[in-house]
Design a binder for this molecule. Sequence first.
Ligand code: ADP
Length: 171
Amino acid sequence: MPAIEVVLGDLTTQHVDAIVTAANESLLGGGGVDRAVHAAAGPELAAAGSRLAPLDPGDAVATPAFRLDPPVRHVIHTVGPVWEGGGYGEADLLASCYRRCLEVADALGVRSLAVPAISTGVYGYPPADAARIAVSTLLGTRTGVDVVRLVAFDEGTRDLLETELAAQGGR
Ligand code: ADP
């Protein structure tokens, strides 16, 4: 299992091998964190993404990081579930996002990975439930990734992630 750390900050300025973006199925760039990632990586990111689209919810694929500053070499795009009340497989799909991101990272030899709070923005996933799933899935997945940095963009999300990490024995 990877070491997990929680930070408050901007995903696009993390010094890691790869960053995960919360994309939509088109991989052309969306709102929220995906908008910031596409802005930082440049228009090549949408061009590369469109060649791999459409991407199903729960899945992940990688592209180069293009204009993102080193050491970031890869962007891993994952599509979270849209929250529809919890009865539509949302929890399984969200767990699948985190698992697939680690699998894709492993295939690339990534050792450090930064991940946002997938689905908790525009897609409306309740943040406490999402934090529990993020931490439990990461802690429960066998991987060669040494460090997963969970990047929260607001203090509430940061606190939820830290609480889960402490409760689940990740730190
Ligand atoms: P989704 O469509 O999967 O809900 P969003 O991008 O709308 O994705 O939101 C996911 C999370 O990313 C939210 O917690 C949001 O506050 C956060 N976020 C937005 N911009 C950034 C950023 N630059 N760095 C890190 N997290 C961000």
